[in-house]
Design a protein around this ligand. Structure first.
Ligand SMILES: *Cc1c(COP(=O)(O)O)cnc(C)c1O
Length: 392
């Protein structure tokens, strides 16, 4: 028997659940592309993104997914043959580095682990050894969605400073913006990247990049610049140029509505909500793991991301759990990717997600563990409820 009919729930780390208020905002006719309403829409989204990134720098919107945002970021500040240091912490940091390598960047990977956050001491040591300052940029992911790791961005900034290194600091905030603290200017991040379909609660299809003055100076001499991604072209006063062509109007209408919701709740409140949902998830997983069939992906509790939790399944067929959740309960969990392919599932608690959604997702996992007789410590969902009750 299936109990999956009813509203489906996405508990995967992107795309995430799109709020009911955002969907109808997109249900409207297209408009003349330089009409006052589209010009204003573009301007308000660009300005409000500064509030979300917490920057006085420039913001850019692209009709692209997160991968496009990655390419936009490095092509605007790097040149062929430039060396960059990518801080490994799971699939996404590696992927960003691979894309840069594809375009002729000399990518050095600072080896890391899927189970621990980037070690700022190792970053400092590597940068100190670069006495000629050949490394032009340090690239890191704040929340590596594949591993469920949160990296300590301020600590990595301090490591770069302690080494006295002038490299640009580039951060992927795709799975962390509007989920946890992100302070582009206070943390002196030079280039930040995000996308519409995770914490920003709207349709996949928009990438966002923010750049500070240091990045704009680097931009002037970058030779990887291409017409579509180019910041200079997009800093033009003409609305048409800000999109390098026709605005992705409907995606912008949706993102506008989602940004309104974000400011109504308040960024700090959103961060607290994500923290509470993550803690409750960890409380549940902690009990389940005592059955020895499941394990936390990230070994240190403080390094577990507030927006997604990776659960390793060393001795069970993970497809049994994810299929049960989807087909019997109507809950879509995240699958393991990269090193975790077929070895983990991920519970996302990201974006438009509340206590009810979380308990539904955790309940589906616990139901699967019971129904499929997978060894686990009982009481996970009850522990999550206790955690949420204490937080509230
Ligand atoms: C989802 C994600 C990406 C990739 O975004 P796409 O829109 O799928 O291209 C990159 N980095 C992180 C941290 C992500 O979570």
């Amino acid at each position: 028997m299936s109990l999956a009919n009813g509203r489906p729930l996405l508990a995967m780390p992107g795309p995430t659940n799109i709020p009911d208020r955002v969907l109808p905002a997109m249900m409207r006719p297209a408009e003349e592309l330089s009409s006052d309403s589209i010009v204003t829409l573009t301007e308000t989204v660009l300005v409000d993104l500064k509030r979300v990134f917490r920057t006085d720098g420039e913001t850019f919107v692209y009709a692209a997914n997160g991968h496009g945002g990655w390419e936009a970021a490095f092509t605007n500040v790097l040149s062929r043959g430039d060396k960059v240091l990518v801080l490994e912490s799971g699939r996404f940091a590696i992927g960003w580095g691979e894309m840069a390598r594809f375009m002729g960047v000399d990518v050095e990977m600072l080896p890391g682990s899927w189970r621990r956050a980037v070690d700022p001491v190792a970053v400092e040591a590597r940068l100190r050894a670069d006495t000629q300052h050949t490394i032009k940029a340090v690239m890191v992911v704040q929340i590596d969605t594949a591993a469920g790791i949160v990296n300590d961005i301020p600590a990595i900034r301090r490591a770069i400073d302690a080494a006295g290194h002038p490299a640009l600091f580039m951060v992927d905030a795709i799975a962390s913006l509007a989920c946890m603290e992100f302070e582009m200017d206070a943390w002196r991040i030079d280039v930040a990247v995000s996308a519409s379909q995770k914490g920003l609660m709207s349709s996949p299809g928009l990438a966002f990049v923010a750049a500070n003055d240091k990045a704009l100076v680097a931009h002037k001499r970058a030779d990887l610049r291409t017409g579509y991604w180019d910041w200079s072209g997009r800093m033009n006063v003409l609305a048409y140029m800000k999109h390098c062509g026709t605005a992705p109007e409907h995606l912008l209408f949706g993102q506008r509505a989602a940004l309104d919701m974000i400011f109504e709740e308040g960024l700090e409140a959103i961060w607290r909500r994500h923290t509470a949902l993550a803690k409750a998830t960890h409380a549940a997983v902690d009990l389940w793991t005592s059955g020895q069939a499941l394990a936390f992906g990230v070994t240190e509790a403080t390094e577990r991301a507030p927006s997604v939790t990776a659960v390793l399944t060393p001795s069970v067929d993970v497809g049994v759990i994810t299929a049960f959740a989807r087909d019997i309960c109507g809950v879509t969990l995240g699958l393991g990717i990269g090193d975790y392919h077929n070895k983990a599932f991920r519970i996302a608690h990201m974006g438009h997600f509340n206590a009810a959604a979380l308990l539904g997702a955790l309940g589906a996992v616990e139901m699967a563990l019971q129904a499929r007789e997978i060894p686990h410590g009982s009481g996970g969902v009850a522990a999550a409820i206790a955690s949420l009750a204490a937080a509230a």
